[in-house]
Ligand binder design. Structure first.
Ligand code: XMP
Length: 535
């Protein structure tokens, strides 16, 4: 499979570059800046990402490009462009103030192959603290902006470019065109990476790899493990046994509904209701990380117990996806939340690990799910944390609190699904997950539910009671917070600007129907500095 290598110098947008390349039906790998696969015959081009560092910082990530330059086309983005310029004798200096925001290109060489099809004042997105003040000898300037003299350059007569703007972000309006020019025209991608080709090759590989072996897979109800299960089911059928554990902190009726979905998909699935065990172990625990650890460990115990009944199992399959594995250059090295609940399973179980989705980004997993004929409501489900509602109940957990939260959450989520906004098809395609079917209205617009417009939503049960009045009665009951965010990858998120009439209705419905709640708030914090979950 042909591939583009993206060398990661630690930028927040490196994964986004990867996703943009994949959108061009081209496979790519994101690797740490110093791990270029020199002996891989499938590489057709290289992209150098941005970085939080300046090229002259002592700790800046530096790499020897001598074996890459001349062998492959190279595109340097932001720091990548500055690094190449600096390495080959140009000058990079602090820009005075950080250059951040929209800018428009002015051309020195508009017919350059990297910019084929670009408009006169094409808008780009800048975000850098340093700027290139001189390019190396033998390099030529292609474009500038009002504030940035060398917005784009090329090594004359060589397939090596640098751009100081970010073509991967949405606000660079022709950024995808630039990447297409690079990946398809310049690097020669055959564009043969697609959901259909992935399913065909992966099913064949799984058959080969697994033969008649028995495989166990832990289902969570989420998109990733579900797609992994259906893919494996296609390859090995009844030799796959799925285990779905209910830790008691799932959403309302989720265990029952999802089990039913799985059975309809023909999966061989064992549902284990272990809620009592988890409630007991969590009793009185208030510290968020301890809750996570207890649920993580308890999950492993329950899963293990079930898995051991399948005595001849040789493999443990997991729905690990590419972003879980990218060896990200965590500059600070600090753990904010421990997210990986099932880490440690294979070592304990002496099983070999099978991860059929390990090369896919989330949107690709959804495409594969559609390709496999899975129902849309399973494919477009919002992400949900492994420890479930436990990290949405601040303070200690009781079955009663879970019941209150489940009821409130159900009203909110159902409300988001029911509230539809009509918009032009072009806009709908941008809002919806790639490949989603479009629901046309009579006037040719597309109806998009609030649920499908946002990344994730949920309700948080707060550890406070407040005074209210219902009829003639004074009440003293709980407050809940609604949380809905837009995001592309959960690394950053913005609070969703939900319509007031919708919020009014949800608030009314929750207060009228959920016993124990008399106040509803809306969380208007973005990530960073807040996180998506409250714990
Ligand atoms: P935060 O709260 O860190 O969440 O902004 C980012 C994304 O990760 C999900 N999340 C978790 N997922 N186990 C998981 O499997 C966890 O412990 C966990 N905590 C947060 C969260 O729902 C969001 O999508």
């Amino acid at each position: 499979m042909q591939k583009i290598i993206i060398l990661d110098f630690g930028s927040q947008t490196t994964q986004l570059i990867g996703r943009r390349v994949r959108e061009l039906d081209t496979f790519c790998e994101i690797l740490p800046y110093n791990k270029f696969p020199h002996n891989d015959p499938e590489v057709i081009g290289v992209i150098l990402s941005g970085s939080p560092f300046s090229v002259y910082d002592k700790e800046a990530f530096k790499v020897d490009l001598s074996e890459i330059r001349g062998r492959y086309p190279i595109l340097g983005i932001c720091y990548g462009a500055q690094f190449m310029s600096y390495t080959y004798g140009g000058k990079v200096e602090p820009a005075g103030t950080r250059e951040y925001g929209r800018a428009n290109l002015q051309w020195m060489e508009k017919d350059n192959p990297l910019f084929k099809g670009f408009d006169d004042n094409s808008q780009v997105w800048m975000s850098h603290g340093d700027t290139i003040t001189a390019i190396p000898q033998g390099f030529k300037k292609i474009a500038s902006t009002e504030k940035v003299n060398f917005a784009a350059y090329q090594a004359d007569g060589e397939p090596l470019w640098g751009v100081q703007f970010h073509p991967e972000v949405f606000h660079s309006t022709q950024g995808s065109l630039l990447l297409k020019n690079f990946v398809v025209d310049i690097c020669g991608s055959r564009q043969d990476w697609s959901a259909a080709s992935f399913v065909d090759t992966t099913v064949a590989e799984l058959k080969q790899q697994l033969g008649d072996d028995r495989v166990i897979l832990g289902l969570s109800g989420g998109v990733d493990s579900s797609v992994a299960a259906v893919l494996l089911n296609r390859a090995i059928g009844k030799n796959l046994t799925c285990i779905f554990v209910d830790h008691g902190m799932l959403r309302k009726n989720e265990f029952k509904n999802v089990l039913h979905d799985y059975e309809c998909l023909g999966l061989n699935v064992i549902g284990v209701d272990a809620s009592e065990k988890f409630f007991k172990e969590l009793e009185g625990v208030t510290e968020p990380e301890r809750k996570r650890k207890i649920i993580g460990a308890g999950f492993i115990d329950v899963f293990n117990e079930e898995a051991q009944k399948i005595t001849d199992a040789k493999w443990l399959a997991q729905g690990t996806i590419y972003p879980d594995r990218i060896e990200s250059l965590n500059i600070t090295g600090k753990v904010i939340k421990s997210h990986h609940n099932v880490g440690g399973l294979p070592e304990k179980m002496h099983l070999q690990l099978c991860e059929p989705l390990k090369w896919l980004f989330k949107d690709e997993v959804r495409r594969v799910g559609r390709q496999l004929g899975m129902p849309e409501h399973l494919i477009t489900r919002h992400p949900f944390p492994g420890p479930g509602l436990a990290v949405r109940i601040l303070g200690d957990i009781t079955p009663e609190k879970v019941r209150v939260l489940q009821d409130a959450d159900d009203i909110f989520i159902q409300g988001l699904r029911d509230y539809k906004v009509n918009m032009p098809a072009e806009q709908a395609k941008k809002v919806l997950a790639a490949g989603s079917p479009l629901e046309y209205t009579d006037n040719g617009e597309v109806a998009v539910s609030l649920y499908d417009q946002i990344w994730q939503a949920g309700v948080i049960l707060l550890p406070v009671k407040s005074v209210g009045v219902m009829g003639d009665e004074r009440t003293y009951e709980r407050a809940v917070a609604l949380r809905a965010v837009t995001s592309t990858d959960a690394m950053t998120a913005d609070w969703a600007h939900l319509p007031y009439d919708f919020m009014a209705k949800v608030s009314n419905d929750i207060i009228n129907h959920v016993k124990g709640v008399n106040r509803v708030c809306y969380d208007i914090s973005s990530k960073p500095p807040a996180t998506i979950e409250w714990e």
